[in-house]
Design a binder for this molecule. Structure first.
Ligand code: OGA
Ligand code: MN
Length: 289
């Protein structure tokens, strides 16, 4: 089947023509979608009534291996009994809205900092699929920033400075910024990973900045210099011009490339409104032949 893409933003994001992803099994269509990801970084699909099992199966068809070690798995058991399904919600196991000081809520507030999924793992996260199950009537949007445009618009001296730089990422960092306390055992389980600060899309050869609130320091640089540089790069990379803001509808399904974009949740009154999405993320390893 032929798929078409309608741009939602000059740099990043496109809406895909009507399709039922649960029924897409042929490699040719999946390849068109992967090409769409290469072009747009974020794809929006409307009316995708996924169950958890269907979402897991789709992510595997689309890109192979799944990310099964989310940071949250070091803290508490997964509500769905499967660590490949990230619970992007403000409810507890009984479905009740979390109290303001609930640990799960405090932890998930970290999603409001600009980040990429699973940059604290090696291999890191590649594509995230996010399925909207319960969307409140108030805005509770997600923003995506284009890390390819961010790289392209750096001056030559900065590009040279980035050459060969590596960064340590751990999920504890983004949570500690917000005052979240980890036990010693949790920290032991969440040591993080080291990745280059510039990533290259293996198919398009396009470069992108690889940043996240999980980034703690630049390897072989003084900590303060590294942190300041990461903050300055993040400020550059998340300027309005590079950002698409997604306003959710029930049934929306959004896929983003974590090597080409950063994203963040935006504020809403989460003590009042139920919001529930499920995320399945693939890891950055070649797709099996
Ligand atoms: C995620 C995430 C943002 C949001 O699912 O990885 O960061 O708006 N979500 O819920
Ligand atoms: Mn995320």
């Amino acid at each position: 089947m032929t798929v078409t893409f309608r741009k939602l933003h000059p740099h990043v994001g496109a809406e895909v023509s009507a399709i039922d992803l649960r029924q897409v099994h042929d490699r040719a269509t999946l390849e068109q979608l992967r090409a769409g990801m290469d072009a747009h970084g974020v794809l929006v699909f409307r009316n995708q009534p996924f169950t958890d099992a269907e979402q897991l199966a789709f992510a595997e068809r689309f890109d192979g291996a799944l990310h099964v070690k989310p940071g949250a798995s070091a803290l508490a058991a997964n509500r769905f009994g499967n660590d490949a399904i990230a619970d992007i919600s403000n409810v507890d196991n009984s479905g009740a809205i979390l109290k303001a000081d609930d640990r799960k809520r405090m932890y998930s507030l970290g999603n409001r900092l600009w980040h990429t999924d699973a940059s604290f793992q090696d291999p890191a996260g590649r594509y995230s699929t996010l399925s909207a199950r319960v969307i409140p009537e108030v805005n509770a949007d997600t923003e995506f920033a284009d890390m390819r445009a961010a790289y392209d618009t750096l001056d030559d001296a900065t590009k040279q400075k980035l050459d060969g730089l590596k960064v340590h990422h751990t999920i504890t960092h983004s949570r500690e910024i917000l005052g979240f306390d980890f036990s010693r055992e949790e920290k032991e389980r969440l040591k993080g990973a080291i990745h280059p600060i510039v990533r290259v899309n293996p198919r398009t050869q396009r470069k992108s900045l690889y940043l996240a609130a999980h980034a703690t320091r630049i390897i072989d640089s003084p900590v303060a210099d590294g942190r300041l540089f990461l903050m300055e790069l993040t400020e550059h990379a998340t300027q309005r011009e590079f950002v698409y803001r997604h306003v959710w509808k029930n049934g929306d399904f959004v896929i983003w490339d974590n090597l080409a974009t950063m994203h963040r949740a935006t504020a809403f009154d989460d003590a009042k409104h139920h919001r529930e999405l499920r995320r399945v993320t693939t890891i950055d390893v070649p797709l099996p032949a």
